[in-house]
Design a protein around this ligand. Structure first.
Ligand code: SAH
Length: 213
């Protein structure tokens, strides 16, 4: 598992391209500059790891495009030490970006194969989320709530009620909503009962699935 000057150079180019696409949060850009995305992919994709593309990661799932990771991370408007719940650990790349930004990350994955693979990989890379767990993201993590923010990295057909309930007042949920394509949606919790909603255009995610069988 090595990172080389060649990989670092490719990452710098990726960061420049993300800036051109409108990513301005310096903490996001810096995290993408340091996290070796090629180590989150099967070695056969290594040469393409710094293109702005999604790739298969096993169990029929994909690692999100770097732009999507950057865009969602920026929408979170993180402050250092924020407590963040991530739904859909997948390869762990988004998790790693959030940890590099200084967040305390709790991440849920419902594919056991990916959960196992990623919970071995991240410590090897020196990346330490607070918790990685195998389970159903529709339920969130009530025992660890409330969260400063929640990020969903799979396409959700609706907003899961438990996730809204597990947000702090003032906290935000970033969730791609829809079946075929998804609208990136932000919900800010104003008080116990009220949420403010913003929409940020179309994206394409693998589906957020319920009740694995
Ligand atoms: N953040 C990941 C994206 C992976 S794709 C990355 O950067 O690699 C979305 C992930 O969400 C998949 O791994 C999928 O298995 C997972 N997922 C889908 N439905 C889920 C659910 N209900 N609970 C938790 N994870 C889920």
């Amino acid at each position: 598992m090595i990172d080389t000057p060649k990989h670092q150079g490719l990452r710098n180019q990726l960061v420049e391209s993300l800036k051109q696409k409108g990513i301005v949060d310096t903490a996001v850009l810096e995290a993408i500059r340091v996290i070796p995305r090629h180590l989150f992919l099967d070695s056969s994709f290594e040469n393409f790891a710094y293109q702005d593309k999604a790739f298969p990661i096993g169990a029929g799932q994909t690692i999100s495009h770097p732009y999507t990771v950057a865009f969602q991370s920026q929408l979170l408007r993180l402050e250092k030490e924020d407590k963040v719940l991530e739904i859909g650990t997948g390869s762990g790349y988004q998790t790693a970006v959030l940890v590099a930004m200084g967040a305390r990350v709790y991440s849920i994955e419902r594919q056991n194969e990916l959960y196992k693979k990623t919970s071995h990989l991240l410590p090897k890379l020196g990346i330490r989320p607070k918790l990685m767990t195998f389970g159903d993201g529709y339920k969130g993590l009530p025992n660890y709530a409330p969260f400063d923010s929640i990020i969903v990295t799979a396409g959700a057909p609706f907003i899961p009620q438990p996730l809204m309930a597990q947000l702090k007042i003032g906290g935000r949920l970033i969730i791609p909503l829809g079946e075929e394509t998804q609208i990136m949606t932000e919900l800010v919790r104003l008080n116990e009962t009220q949420f403010e909603k913003h929409e940020y255009g179309d994206f394409k995610f693998v589906p957020m699935l319920e009740n694995k069988n």
